[in-house]
Design a protein around this ligand. Sequence first.
Ligand code: SF4
Length: 366
Amino acid sequence: MTERIDIFGLTSDSFSEAARFVLPKGHGITPQLYPLVMREGRFDPEAFPIAEESKIIWRQHFKADLLEIVRVVEEDGEFGTTAKAILITHDGYEVECVRIPMRHGEDGEADYTLCLSSQVGCKMGCTFCETGRMGLIRHLTAAEIVSQVVTVQAKLGWSIRNIVFMGMGEALDNADNVIQALKALVDQRGLHFSQERLTICTAGHAEGLGKLKALGWKRMNLSISLNAANDEARSRVMPVNRKTPLAELQRILAAYPQRRNFILGVNYCLMPGMNDARQDAADVAAFCKPLGRVLVNLIPYNPGNAPLTRAPEEEEIVRFIEWLREEGLPVRRRITKGRSIMAACGQLGNVELRRKRSPIPTGPTG
Ligand code: SF4
């Protein structure tokens, strides 16, 4: 039997095209099938008034794999509940996604952002990051990336307003699958996220940034994990900097296509004694100068299982924010959410996660 096509990795057009290709004439495409799969997670040919034979053929060629949920852990906070869902791929790997309350909407309810994973593990090796310590195990497919969204919406009832690719993995190290997933996420006949509600975050993957640029989506958001703005310090905490030093990264970002009101997110994880000196703030400003409008997201370091340093004190955070503002940079302090459940920035992929479950057998056993 040929490998079945996972609908979660398809746009409505590519779904129709695949259906036309594999289905014999007369087993026509049911227009409601794609929205039902993407919005409710239901691949249910039986729900449609089509011939029994057609239903069998649909099932032979297509699938829509929701991920298994192992558990959900939650932490209550000022804006709502941060929740981490630990999901399992069909071959037994754990991936995590996190629902983060961002602010109260007009109706007083929290708006939620879903932080998605793009890989099992990550090869970028950022020293402050739990996922980086796992190494890269494998890329997630486009279907598995989209399935995280559909799974938490369909099985957990999570309502998601925005999506950020800041979970496990460097999204642009898996650019082809991530771009295919983005196309499925914005499809009007399916999940219908607008580009403005999507954010790609990268450690500075030059080749992946080139692919994203070629996609030409000016309304989608982009943020960069900076964390140090001189080459020596950045190479120490982010090995990608040895391949793409700051000057090169700056050149790539300056050439990135920007809409009129585009604001580049610059994420800076504040690590006491490592990147919190007065000169570091000046270096951040010098790096950002040619990049147009930026917003520095200051993230207090979250010690994980193997801490590089301690979490910054309140006065250290306030002082560094003042220095950045003295340099003329707009700064937003990221309120730490989910630290107690290892769902905060840099904490995904904890030791427990590294214990891979036995792969599920794919062929006949015994
Ligand atoms: S911070 Fe991001 S890019 Fe760096 S190791 Fe962690 S997951 Fe990978």
